[in-house]
Design a protein around this ligand. Structure first.
Ligand code: ASP
Ligand code: MG
Length: 413
């Protein structure tokens, strides 16, 4: 007997038929002798609709009531699933975030989970109850309803699995697992059998949309095994787990791209201590996250500084930087939203040399100009003109041997 957390995304609970299918799968897992906690998203499109309504109500709706409104989609799906399960003769109970309770900080629209009390859930599970918990929501210490950021029900699921020391957290979604790259861009994309927490963390934050980044941080911290799989078939998914020797042998496991960033360059900045702090502090204060940063060596005591922000922060960021730039007597500020960040990720990079230069060679061969570069232990990212995104992804996928395995091709031939 195992304790399993099963999370179903918006498409998987998109209508009543699908909710009934989810109920069947949950019932099967339960009948096999497992304790089951289900975590649900809202029906697909519902959270967007609620966000839209809030923006109709106010230009700046984020705050206590915003979270109260956008968290309601999950209340509907968990209630419906619990009703269906009861109708099928099972003991089921739906729980909202505050009923668990899942306690978060008070950062509305992007709250972080602080603690989950698993005691009551454990008691219910031992009595043979299937628990159906609302994803995406929590409660702050003052009793306000909070939400965990878009895609946050992944994090609810993993955090509950961690709190209950579950044997497995299954994330059911509309794709079959984690792929070597986006199958919509590259037909050769292949489903990965396993991927390490660190690789998944990089992939999620670099643009792969299967899991919310925060959920992977939780999984890594508490070593929760996470299985990403399809809710529409029984195909084995991708296991996100601890790195082992086998994984280190694979140099590159995935290629990701992100078109959601924009580039800002500050030209001829006086090169003195404190200048970078002056430039970036106002951005931080405005809640704007800076991703890649590149600073040139200085010539006659001036330097150029380029960095990226998300597209939605671009206009606001540009304005803030223009103001600071004139204060610090920089020559000019230029912005470019037509960029993409292409990244290669692989645990094997820790022990293999020359991976970055191989990436640059491939780009050079295709005549793709690299505008910025950043690296970590297990990834290399390049910023390029957005028009090269698909080309870059395809040639890198091929060059690092990520295509469909030869064995399959031989059989077909
Ligand atoms: N329903 C929320 C959203 O659309 C949470 C989730 O789906 O994970 O962002
Ligand atoms: Mg999601």
């Amino acid at each position: 007997m195992a304790l399993i957390v099963q999370k179903f995304g918006g498409t998987s609970v998109g209508n009543m038929d699908r909710i009934k299918n989810v109920a069947k799968r949950v019932a099967r897992t339960f009948s096999e002798g497992n304790e089951v906690v289900v975590v649900l998203s809202a029906m697909s499109g519902e959270t967007n609709r609620l966000v839209g309504l809030c923006h109709e109500a106010s230009e700046f709706p984020i705050g206590r009531e915003y979270d109260l409104v956008i968290s309601t989609g999950e209340q509907v799906t968990i209630g419906l699933l619990a009703i269906v399960l009861k109708e099928m003769g099972y003991n089921a109970k739906s729980l909202l975030g505050h009923q668990v309770p899942i306690v978060t900080d008070s950062q509305f629209a992007s709250a972080r989970i602080e603690s989950i009390d698993g005691q009551k859930m454990k008691e219910e599970l031992s009595k043979g109850t299937i628990l159906v918990v609302a994803g995406f929501q929590g409660v702050d210490p003052l009793g306000n309803i909070t939400t965990l950021g878009r895609g946050g029900s992944d994090t609810t699921a993993v955090a509950i699995a961690a709190a209950l020391k579950a044997d497995l957290c299954e994330i059911y979604t509309d794709v079959e697992g984690v792929y070597t790259t986006d199958p919509n861009v590259c037909q050769e994309a292949r489903k990965l059998e396993r991927v390490s927490y660190d690789e998944m963390l990089e992939m999620a934050s670099l643009g792969a949309k299967v899991l919310q980044t925060r959920s992977v941080e939780f999984a890594k911290k508490y070593e929760v095994p996470v299985m990403v799989r399809s809710s529409f078939n029984d195909a084995a998914g991708t296991l996100v787990c601890k790195e082992d020797e086998e994984m280190e042998k694979v140099v590159v496991s995935g290629i990701t791209y992100n078109k959601n960033e924009a580039k800002i360059s500050v030209l001829r900045v006086p090169d003195r201590p404190g200048i970078a702090a002056k430039l970036f502090r106002p951005l931080t204060e405005a809640g704007i996250n800076v991703d890649m940063i590149v600073q040139n060596i200085s010539q006659d005591a001036h330097t150029d500084l380029t960095f990226t922000v998300s597209k939605e922060d671009f206009k606001r960021g540009l304005k803030i930087v223009q103001e600071t730039a004139s204060q610090i007597e920089a020559k000019d500020v230029v912005g470019d939203p037509n960029i993409a960040k292409i990244s290669i990720v692989g645990a094997g990079m820790r022990s293999h040399a020359g991976v970055a230069s191989q990436m640059f060679d491939v780009m050079a061969r295709e005549g793709i100009n690299i505008q910025m570069i950043s690296t970590s232990e297990i990834k290399v990212s390049c910023v390029v003109d957005v028009k090269y995104t698909e080309l870059a992804v395809r040639v890198l996928h091929e060059a690092f041997g990520l295509g469909k395995s030869e064995v399959v091709e031989e059989k077909q031939g």
